[in-house]
Write a protein that binds this ligand. Sequence first.
Ligand code: IMP
Length: 192
Amino acid sequence: MKQIIFATNNAHKLGEVQAVLGDEFRLVTLAECGITEDIPETAATLEGNALQKARYVHERTGRDCFADDTGLEVDALGGEPGVRSARYATDGHDDEANKRLLLERMQGVEARGAQFRTAIALIIGGKEYLFEGIVRGNITLEEQGNGGFGYDPLFVAEGCEQSFAEISAEEKNEISHRGRAVRKLAEFLQEL
Ligand code: IMP
């Protein structure tokens, strides 16, 4: 089984990505590589942050690795919160405050189109590659469902009636931004 480091401390993401990559790859966590500190994410774009995280891990471990960065891009807010999705309401990573702020900003807004976008940066054999996944949808009027994480209760994908917090992890992976980006990564890795 091939091993690759996934630069995240988010157990939800780890589970989602491992499910898409399947048995051929074992994801190695940051904790397993002895990286316990927060990795800086100070770039101006999702791609920049993903590369910054992957480079940080590669410099310290010398091993193949990938990192992702995701943003919720809301049309009526000019693409906000975008790269600032994690720290939208506060400097900490407060999902509840972020969701409240988004609903506040969207109060009275009729055109509720949005997209989740994931950028993945892979460093393998010392070379860098980028992959992208997008899912279009709409921002709900209020929270719907208790599953998932982050902004999931506020997002209904195109063609769906339930929010990302109301569908199973398998269903979410099928259509989600991260699922799409990870399948591109998986195809690339399988062709190596
Ligand atoms: P990051 O990719 O971990 O930096 O995520 C940025 C922000 O987007 C955080 O607030 C996450 O909670 C949120 N986020 C990332 N992926 C998802 C998702 O699949 N569903 C809902 N929120 C997400």
